[in-house]
Ligand binder design. Structure first.
Ligand code: CAA
Length: 694
């Protein structure tokens, strides 16, 4: 065995040279790795005893792509193109041996080998689109030459990780070798290539699969049309599509140039910067400074849920999906039956949509048990209370849970804003009490705000963070305060949206601006969806707000066919409503205000800047660990467009001095609601960004 450099070894198995790359955690293509590959292939090609070369990786995965943390810095070491040329032009067959994931630049390296073998659990993909990028090392030109245009379009615009079996079917992988026997399998394969005098296949040279798309631009037009909603606002999907078009319409070398040009376009743009930032933000959110990863965890084998409403049922599904048995406790049989019926209905819809076979519905339902007796929770490891937001009810439930549940069981509340310290105070185990704030619909939404109370133990925090991963959630640890991180900031946006309607904007003006910014919908469309009558009491309603008047007119949102908007009875499409417009205008006139025209810029700034300001306060109060955690909350829980990074990243991009100046201007005109947070003043004064707070 010869060490080529600190990450690459060269050894021989008879006449097969084996290059072994070992650069934890994911063998990303850093300068050192590129150097190792370049020098390694050079040495193997030069060695007269070597007849074929296998490239294999140590650790959890094959090369998982370019080293994202190097992007934007000065380029050092061998270029990826040098490495790829060396491999593709090698006079000796090169076999890439794939386990884990061959992603991005990793797959692009493997595509320059003459052959690829993989274990069954391996996956291949070009996920650059999720970083606002495109595969910039020939991936868009080589992939369609193997898979054909349709499959390539699908892969580069979705970034999906394709399982080995599918890769074999489409020719991306030449052979699957048994799990755990990758090295021996790849060496045997290489030997066979030599013995059978198989050709040195260069993917670049074979255009056969592209022929079907030549002269058929409608393939691309149709693909764009079919995905227009999914791609809305994003620049990278279109750039990826144009690269595949180039693969069809241009010779290989020209196609590479187009790919390079488009790669540089997206790479230098703000969207990719935001999406790369976000990639690391999501991973950073798992790191809790005073709760190391090595902190003990409590095994969660059985879960209890109090409440079979929309939230309780949705939460239960997460656990059943992960194979963890759940008991749901309700007070009344009909409420329990209704709740379980909704869960079954959700599963049946998924099965009908092809997500899993019908047999899964019964299997998952079999993991969910209903009960009317809280004593059924005596042996669960975790209880999540999901009843409505009243402190007295929650306190009563926690008092009873404390006496029923076994010692060591975690008692969690799904409250979206009540004081968890107060809830914990009624138990004799405040260290076991934590907030697990799921977002509705709880079986779909990715975000989980994990709320740390004063006495919550580190074990309970670490267990909750790990459990979030098990059930496929993205967790962010936050502190106790009204609304926690997400809803507290949302409150700022909601307040300004309402105020602007009283000043002269129409709900659809506000919604349009936020939709164009990249949110899936604005606050008024959202209210219509949720129901305007949440928290509204008919008997007490005196027409004091526009919402009161709308509800009194039985315009309670989508469910009544009208709310802020009118809804087409057939298509359910929303239309600005002349009725709502009149209600608003009458209301404003009655209150003696003079409506004015509010520009789009003001709408956006008044919705977004107070949120950023509230984010700064949350950081000052240590309710969020770091600015990027706030961004993870907003991207996953509230539809903030990931290509804008999140509110705190967006503020950095706008410039904190500009945000501050605007807040001061608004404060002078409209008062204290816009008072700048001390942290915003401080950072802006020092010419810094939120990102400097790490
Ligand atoms: N560059 C730098 N660091 C990376 C990385 C990359 N491409 N991929 C992962 N990492 C780091 C993560 O930040 C994380 O670091 P910490 O432990 O310090 O937080 C560590 O590796 C492990 O990553 P995960 O926690 O994500 O581990 P996982 O097992 O859940 O997932 C993975 C592994 C599927 C490879 C996932 O990390 C992933 O999807 N990585 C990104 C893959 C990617 O996008 N590749 C394309 C890069 S762009 C490119 O290649 C452009 C080109 O055309 C040349």
């Amino acid at each position: 065995m010869t060490a080529i450099n600190s990450v690459m070894d060269f050894s021989k198995d008879g006449d097969v040279g084996v290059l072994t790359l070992n650069s934890p955690p994911v063998n990303a293509l850093s300068a050192n790795v590129r150097d190792g590959l370049y020098e390694g292939f050079k040495a193997a090609i030069a060695d007269p005893a070597v007849k074929a070369i296998v490239l294999i990786c140590e650790g959890r995965t094959f090369i998982a792509g370019a080293d994202i943390s190097e992007f934007g810095g000065a380029s050092k070491g061998a270029s990826l193109f040098d490495v790829q040329n060396m491999m593709e032009e090698s006079p000796k067959p090169v076999v890439a041996a794939i386990h884990g994931t061959a992603l991005g630049g990793g797959l692009e390296v493997a595509l320059c080998a003459h052959y690829r073998v993989a274990v069954p659990s391996a996956r291949c993909g070009l996920p650059e689109v999720n970083l606002g990028l495109l595969p910039g090392a020939g991936g868009t030109q080589r992939l369609p030459r193997i898979t054909g245009v349709e499959k390539a379009l699908e892969m580069v615009t979705s970034g999906s990780h394709v399982p080995a079996k599918e890769c074999l079917a489409m020719g991306l992988v030449d052979e699957i070798v048994p799990e755990g026997e990758l090295k021996a399998g790849a060496i045997a394969f290489a030997r066979k290539v030599v013995a059978d005098r198989k050709p040195l296949v260069k993917v670049r040279d074979n255009d056969t699969k592209l022929q079907a798309a030549k002269g058929h631009p409608e393939i691309f037009a149709n693909f764009r049309k079919a995905n227009a909603r999914k791609f809305r606002g994003f620049k990278a999907p279109e750039a990826n599509i144009q690269c595949i078009e180039a693969a069809v319409n241009q010779p290989f070398e020209e196609g590479l140039k187009t790919e390079r040009r488009l790669f540089m376009d997206v790479m230098m743009g703000p969207q990719s910067a935001a999406q790369r930032y976000y990639f690391f933000a999501e991973r950073l959110a798992n790191k809790i400074p005073d709760v190391p990863d090595t902190t003990a965890t409590i095994p969660i084998k059985k879960v209890g849920i109090i409440g079979a409403g929309t939230m309780g049922g949705g939460i239960a599904m997460n656990f059943a999906n992960a194979g963890i048995p759940v008991t749901i406790v309700e007070v009344k049989q009909d409420a329990l039956d209704r709740g379980l019926k909704v869960v079954r209905g959700n599963y049946e819809r998924s099965a009908k949509g092809g997500r899993f076979p019908m047999s899964e519905v019964d299997r998952r339902m079999g993991l969910i048990t209903g009960s009317l007796d809280m004593n059924a929770l005596a042996d669960v490891d975790l209880v999540i209370e999901a009843v409505f937001e009243r402190m007295d009810i929650k306190k009563d439930i926690f008092t009873r849970l404390d006496s029923i549940c076994k010692p060591g069981a975690i008692l969690a509340t799904n409250t979206s804003g009540l004081n968890i310290d107060e809830i914990a105070s009624v138990t004799k185990r405040p260290e076991a009490v934590i907030g697990l704030h799921f977002f509705s619909p709880a079986n779909v939404m990715k975000l989980l705000e994990i709320v740390r109370a004063d006495h919550t133990s580190k074990e309970v925090i670490n267990t909750s963070m790990k459990l979030a991963k098990t059930i496929g959630k993205i967790a962010v640890l936050v502190g106790v305060c009204p609304g926690f991180v997400g809803n507290r900031m949302l409150g700022q946006r909601g307040r300004e949206a309402q105020k602007m309607v009283l000043e002269g904007a129409m709900p659809w003006d506000v919604d349009r601006v936020l939709y164009d910014f990249g949110f899936p919908m604005g606050p008024f469309a959202m209210s219509d969806l949720a129901g305007l009558d949440i928290g509204w009491v008919k008997e007490r309603s005196k027409g004091e707000t526009i919402r009161d008047v709308l509800c009194e007119a039985d315009r309670r949102g989508q469910k009544t066919g009208a709310g802020y908007y009118d809804y087409d009875p057939e298509t359910r499409a929303a239309k600005p409503s002349p009725v709502t417009e009149k209600i608003i205008k009458d209301f404003v006139t009655k209150s003696g205000k003079n409506p004015r025209t509010i520009g789009d810029e003001e709408i956006l700034e008044r919705c977004i800047y107070p949120m950023i300001n509230e984010g700064a306060k949350l950081l000052d109060e240590k309710k969020a660990i770091r600015p990027s955690d706030i961004d993870v909350v907003w991207v996953n829980g509230y539809g903030w467009p990931v290509y804008r990074g999140g509110p705190m990243h967006y503020a950095d991009q706008v410039g904190l001095d500009k945000v501050l100046a605007k807040m001061k201007e608004f404060e002078a005109k409209m008062g204290d609601a816009f008072k700048p947070a001390p942290l915003l003043e401080k950072l802006a004064g020092e010419g810094k960004k939120f990102a400097d707070l790490r």
